[in-house]
Design a protein around this ligand. Sequence first.
Ligand code: NAP
Length: 526
Amino acid sequence: MNLEGKQLIGFTVSSEGESVFQAPNPSTGETLPTQFHKATKAELESAAQKAQAAFKVYRKKSGIEKAIFLEKIAEEIEAIGDDLVQIATAETGLPAGRIQGERGRTTGQLRLFAQLLREGSWVNARIETAIPDRQPLPKVDLRLMQRPLGPVGVFGASNFPLAFSVAGGDTASALAAGCPVIVKAHSAHPGTSELVGRAIQQAALKVGMPDGVFSLLHGSGTEIGAALVQHPVIKAIGFTGSYQGGMALVKLAANRPEPIPVYAEMGSTNPVFILPQIMKEKGAAIAQQFAASVTLGVGQFCTNPGMIIANKSEGYQPFLTDLETQFQSVSGGVMLTGGIRKAYQEGIAKHLENESVDIVAKGIEGTGFTAVQPILFKTDARAIGEDHTLSEEIFGPTSVLVEAESKEEMLRIAETMEGHLTATVHGTPEELVEYADLIDLLEQKVGRLLINGFPTGVEVCHAMMHGGPFPASSDSRSTSVGTAAIYRFTRPVSYQNFPQALLPEELQDSNPLNIWRLVNGEFQKI
Ligand code: NAP
């Protein structure tokens, strides 16, 4: 496979920087052969200038033109073939099957955004027609719709080298909105990033998109990443990663002369509440599914259930035994990077030192350079209430079982919880009604509520919310998965008393795009 290790700046490639890096293979510990040049400030400047120029053209592209672009990107990614699977498995340690599945999710989400654009109603058009003779004052003609923000900076995530990286959800939603994108590649998978970046470059060329609609830069987060956030051309940031990284970007963005929004998804513990009756009836099955969910993908999902709260009622002891048995039979595996493994080991060591925490069971140690072992801990509601660090995320195949003595203790845990991406309640139909107050409390703490399921497995669709109150994300009002993600990169514009010919097609009286619009308070397509 022919990797160049260069920046992709619009339709050109560039390697001005003398500083280089190589990605390690987390399974073997070997260094992969390609040397990647780190982007210089001059290369960032060039990408930014091109993005600004491209925005003038790209913001005017129709929904159908942007849909064709997104569909072409999906085709070009598929055309890379097995090289993409090979390099992604080597750089991440993720198995080939997972990478193939993720490639399908990536191309699927590009095509889903294309569908949204072709349908067209996403612009949320609202029309209030004038009433010139209204008393005491005439009513003006006002028409509102979503318009693109401007060039967007995207930070690829380590744990989704395709679906949340160069052509992932952030890039797809920004391009769909009409915004050029500059990606800061994740340093853990630069080769995967280059192949996907080239696919986007090719797609842009083939369907006649402007030079600069997409660029890809390699380099350190604190250097080129920070400079990207601070660049005046950039109007928003999409990020998935650590709390520390996300908050660093939020602060940089807020301190710019022109502050910009940072949509940072920073992970969470995703508490799972097990109510007494269901635990008695289905404890064995829940324990089995829970162990599988915690260790799926070596626990490297932001939706990993890192806390399970069980009522110490009649079914508790058998449930605990089932959890122990299930956890002993699950295997660890290779983590994405040495840094992520180190953070996991440090989190585990902290729990081991904590007198309020016991080990329930350890799983089977994984094999490979960055391999780890799954582990399930146990504590009680009092300890969780007193020691906030016990409910913080440890990224990896681990979880904490919290024993609650009563419904009131469960409610107290929910009450003191910080923001999470998800919360789950397992209960029989009767006890779900009885625990309606718990569910109501949880709704105030998370972006997605689940009944009798597990939070890993995030459906990419129109109704998905992947985000949540701080610290799960930096802005609880938006999602980073699914088509609603497009609204992170748009802003509403009102057109007052505009002649028809000057209005965007979406707002013209004849509704030439045949989209749904709110006209004088009524949804209609006419
Ligand atoms: P990360 O350290 O947050 O890095 C993500 C991206 O942000 C990288 O491109 C990184 O650049 C950049 N970055 C990090 N700190 C920065 C800063 N202060 N200023 C500017 N850019 C910065 O995440 P990671 O390397 O993927 O994994 C580390 C930890 O993040 C994991 O152990 C886990 O706890 C968490 N994580 C969470 C999620 C989630 O789902 N929310 C996903 C993955 C990881 P570099 O190239 O220089 O590293």
